[in-house]
Write a protein that binds this ligand. Structure first.
Ligand code: TEU
Length: 493
């Protein structure tokens, strides 16, 4: 969830914790197990909260710590777990740590001449070096992201201890875990070698993969494990190679879950998706890691926009929620939202990611449930009908498709924890079976990526549990599927 854009409780045009708390029933109805909240901490908002200036306080824009506690209690009362975002790689340049001359060695700094950066690393969000000259210290400081986001030096044990204190602060409050931002970035080679030419000027944040990171994650895991209940660590491992990603599961002693982004960057194509799934299956099985699946988030163009039609987005929902692993749904995907078109004079994100961060339309009224003023970004197209209130009343809507898929998944051992196996299918179609460990529950999923109807014969009798194009459909599976559609089947008449 991107709290800035979910729901506005105080009418200032920016989503906040009070607004989010009031709309929790939407999430409960949808049937999610847990929510991950993007940062709501004190921040100058150069990177919309990923530049943290105080890890243990809520930015006034989003509310107060009391609002957070109330939100957490209300979420737990609905059986929804809450993960908060931990941003360990960098802070804001306005953080007291960065401004304290006694803590200069908490950040990665190097001596040198003001016209020659210490190495060739590139920052994210623009074509510029990952180094900025700091007049005050007469040194360079590293920032894998914006100059306003200096990188912490995890080789300094005080930094690790401080970040553990941050984790304890939120765990003590009762959070169920963390999504850990660019966690693969925290360990760095102190020799700071140049990125090789084959990296081709990519941001260093997308290639940093240093063995020094693993002990840091192991100690975060031990800290989480020392708490009662289930506390989960989900790492953003932004390395676009699944084999590299799975290394961050360690020997079951590092991340519980790691985002695997290559499928997010895979075109809507049956063959390409089958290869991605088989790759993910093989790589995760090799390390005993549990896969994750994600199609959209606050950093990327929404898959409804990328795939080009609601029909594809519906079929993609069936795929996302029936693969083996933990699926992540980005707020608004359940409404089939597309990226908003953001006019040049309203662009605010230095990374150009405004379109996917558009506000959620809650109803068909003029303000779409965002009272007293214009939200910080424009609404996505079609908000008059593509909004929560309207889609709730339409049993055939994509919203009901998500609800139905999540409900079936919740009741199916095969879908929750069963094995995955590809089935024979014609070109343009992906078919697979999910099977519970005891074999008692079997489900078949057929996804037709093409526009034309396809024939997919199956052994035995199968019944339609969910159809992407029409979530109200029921009845026997007749051996074929229409174009740009997907079916979830179970055994029986
Ligand atoms: O993203 C890290 C990251 O690698 C992405 O920025 C990615 O390179 C890019 O967005 C691809 O489109 C995380 C957060 O998710 C992002 O919102 C933050 O801006 C970033 O870290 C810095 O904290």
């Amino acid at each position: 969830m991107y709290p800035r854009s979910f729901a506005d409780g105080n009418g200032d045009g920016v989503g906040d914790l009070i607004g989010l708390r009031r709309r929790l029933d939407h999430l409960a109805e949808l049937g999610v197990d847990a929510v991950w909240l993007s940062p709501f901490y004190r921040s100058p908002m150069a990177d919309f909260g990923y530049d943290v200036a105080d890890h243990t306080d809520v930015d006034p824009l989003f509310g107060t710590l009391d609002d957070f506690d109330a939100l957490l209690a209300d979420a737990h009362a609905r059986g929804i777990r809450v993960l908060v975002d931990l941003v360990p790689n960098h802070t804001s340049d306005q953080h007291p740590w960065f401004r304290d001359p006694a803590k200069r060695d908490w950040y990665i700094r190097r001596d040198g001449a003001p016209d020659t950066p210490p190495n060739n690393w590139r920052a994210a969000f623009g074509d510029y070096p990952a180094w900025t000259w700091d007049e005050a210290s007469g040194q360079w400081y590293l920032h894998l992201f914006l100059p306003q986001q200096p990188d912490l030096d995890w080789a300094n044990p005080e930094v690790e201890a401080a970040m553990h204190d941050v984790m304890r602060f939120w765990l003590d409050r009762g959070v169920d875990g963390f999504r850990i931002d660019v966690v693969h970035g925290i360990g760095k080679d102190p020799a700071l070698p140049d990125d090789p030419p084959e990296v081709g000027g990519l941001p260093h944040a997308t290639v940093n993969d240093d063995p020094r990171t693993h002990p840091f994650i192991r100690r975060m895991r031990a800290l989480a494990d020392s708490y009662d209940g289930d506390r989960v660590l989900v790492g953003e491992v932004y390395l676009l190679d699944t084999r590299k990603v799975v290394a961050y599961y360690g020997d079951g002693d590092e991340l519980h879950l790691a985002f695997n982004f290559p499928p997010l960057y895979t075109a809507w194509d049956a063959g390409k998706w089958r290869r991605q799934i088989e790759r993910a299956e093989a790589e995760h099985n090799a390390v005993g890691g549990w896969p994750t699946w994600v199609l959209s988030n606050h950093d990327n163009v929404r898959h409804c926009t990328r795939y080009g039609s609601e029909a594809c987005a519906r079929a993609a929902a069936v795929l996302l929620l029936t693969l083996r692993g933990t699926p992540f749904v980005y707020q608004g995907d359940e409404l089939g939202l597309e990226d908003a078109e953001v006019p040049a004079d309203r662009v605010v994100d230095p990374g150009g990611r405004d379109g996917c961060r558009a506000p959620i339309p809650w109803d068909g009224s003029a303000d779409h449930g965002w009272p007293d003023g214009e939200p910080w970004l424009p609404f996505p197209a079609g908000a008059d009908t593509r909004n929560v209130a309207t889609l709730r009343t339409d049993e055939g809507s994509i919203l009901h498709l998500y609800r139905r898929l999540l409900a079936v998944r919740r009741g199916s051992p095969a879908l929750r924890t069963g094995t995955w196996r590809a089935l024979d299918a014609p070109d343009g179609v992906l078919a697979y079976e999910r099977r519970s460990q005891d074999g008692a529950d079997r489900r078949v999923v057929i996804v037709n990526f093409g526009d034309a109807a396809a024939t997919v014969p199956l052994d035995g009798r199968w019944r339609i549990d969910v159809e992407a194009a029409d979530p109200t459909a029921t009845g026997a599976y007749e051996g074929s599927i229409s174009g740009s559609n997907a079916l979830l089947l179970s055994t029986g008449e």
